[in-house]
Design a binder for this molecule. Structure first.
Ligand code: PMP
Length: 439
């Protein structure tokens, strides 16, 4: 595509000069593959960016979007409603843990996170607990790029240099404890170490000042780190004990990633709110959502006429009928192909076995999996830290494989629709790439 002018789009997180020297441009996608402009197929083992859980180019979604665009492309969501948004909300909550029956639509995961923070503030205010304003997050946590989410970032690079809300404390993340050598699923250690600071934070700040805890059930951008067994249940107990709301950021773990519709279902823990986006409609039309307990919305509604300010928040495209139509078509596929649970069945097993067979590769120090998530961590040895991952990433790309480097961890999240043959192809291309880099 030599006719493309690369000057004007400032791409997120991209070193502009390096990109212009070596442009990486995709021109087509189908199923589990992206295609470069030179025709080379690239197996998409990241489902785009943790979002194309149904694979690329699903005809059913394209048809639904086209039909909706022609029937009713847009109506303002303030004081008005559209059938696709109501229908989608009704069907979404059927997949949530009991008690979660309300949906506030947004346009992205970042907006869902900031919306959840505002709902949490409003809820506390409406109960006469406006002093509860602080948040607890987790090191290695990623919560999007808006100001609220940036403040909750447990990844220092994403916080530094920006003005943030000061009122956040951080629980330790998993990599601070120990590398969890070759464990499958959840590590069997760490709960106590990761949570002892919870009581310390409460003692120092006071429970009457803490509004909510937000965590990703499995840290995604932090390196694909499943929680220690019982960690999430214990967090729920601590939040209940101290009258603190619990928010699960399921922007990655939602929509079948873990082997259940949501990680909340998978781990048997009901948070007060779930933030979702990405795969909500198969990674097609931008959309996010906060899924919340009916009881939280009720408190905010009931107190709307008291001294608590009205919940004055919403976006132009919230609940867009086109995004919702895509969501309804995506849910049809998730349900009819039983994709929400495939990660805990035979496909998840095949994926885990394939991944853990990588332990013979050079410099591998850890392999993790949960559902259809995976990570292979490398010892960077004599190289500067965080340079080996990008080298492997580039070589994989050269060999027709898109996976993601988080420092020296290679992170994977295949489309849930991936076949066993494609998982084999992933293994072949990944092994070849690693051996070439570390020869
Ligand atoms: N939360 C989590 C856990 C995420 O992984 C992301 C995106 N990677 C976000 C929030 C932000 O979502 P978006 O990029 O759609 O704004």
């Amino acid at each position: 595509m030599s006719d493309l002018n690369l000057e004007h789009w400032w791409q997120p997180f991209t070193n502009v000069r390096a990109f212009r020297e070596q442009p990486r441009i995709f021109s087509r996608a189908a199923g589990s593959f992206l295609y470069r402009d030179d025709g080379q197929d690239v197996l998409d083992i990241t489902a785009g960016l943790w979002c194309c859980n149904l694979g690329h180019g699903r005809r059913e979604i394209a048809d639904a979007v086209q039909q909706q665009l022609m029937e009713l492309d847009y109506a303002p969501p303030f004081q008005f409603g559209t059938a696709p948004a109501f229908r989608f909300a009704e069907r979404l909550v059927k997949h949530c843990p009991d008690g979660i029956g309300r949906v506030f639509f947004t346009n992205s995961g970042s907006e869902a996170v900031d919306t959840a923070l505002k709902i949490a503030y409003s809820y506390q205010h409406a109960r006469g607990k406006a002093e509860k304003r602080r948040f607890i997050s987790r090191q290695q946590g990623y919560h999007g790029v808006n100001v609220g989410g940036t403040s909750l970032q447990g990844l220092p690079n994403n916080r530094q240099g920006f003005p943030v809300l000061a009122e956040v404390d951080f629980l330790p993340g998993l990599l601070d404890i120990e590398r969890n050598a070759f464990s499958r699923g959840c590590p069997k250690f760490g709960t106590q170490e990761m949570l002892k600071s919870f009581e310390e934070i409460v003692a120092v700040r006071g429970a009457d000042k803490i509004c909510a805890v937000i965590i990703e059930p499995i840290s995604g951008a932090g390196g694909m780190l499943p929680p220690p067994i019982d960690y999430l249940k214990t967090i729920r107990e601590l939040c209940d004990k101290h009258d603190i709301l619990l928010i699960f950021d399921e922007v990655i773990t939602g929509f079948g990633r873990t082997g259940s519709a949501f990680a909340a279902n998978e781990f048997g823990v009901t948070p007060d709110m779930i933030t979702a986006a990405k795969a909500i409609n198969g990674g097609t039309v931008p959309m996010g959502a906060v899924l919340l307990k009916d009881s939280i919305q009720q408190v905010i509604f009931d107190h709307a006429s008291t001294s608590a300010p009205e919940f004055f928040h919403g976006n132009t495209y919230a609940g867009s009928p086109v995004a919702a139509a895509a969501g309804l078509a995506a849910l049809d596929i998730y349900e009819s192909e039983q994709l929400f649970t495939c990660g805990s069945g035979a496909k998840g097993q095949y994926w885990a076995d394939t991944l853990h067979a990588m332990s013979d590769l050079p410099q591998v120090i850890d392999i993790r999996n949960y559902g259809l998530l995976g990570a292979v961590s490398f010892d960077h040895a004599e190289l500067p830290e965080k340079t080996l991952g990008p080298k492997i990433h580039q070589r994989c790309l050269d060999n027709g494989l898109l996976c993601r480097a988080v420092g020296d961890h290679m992170v994977m999240s295949p489309p849930l629709s991936i076949t066993e043959q494609e998982i084999d192809l992933f293994a072949e291309r990944f092994r070849r790439s690693v051996k070439q880099v570390l020869a």
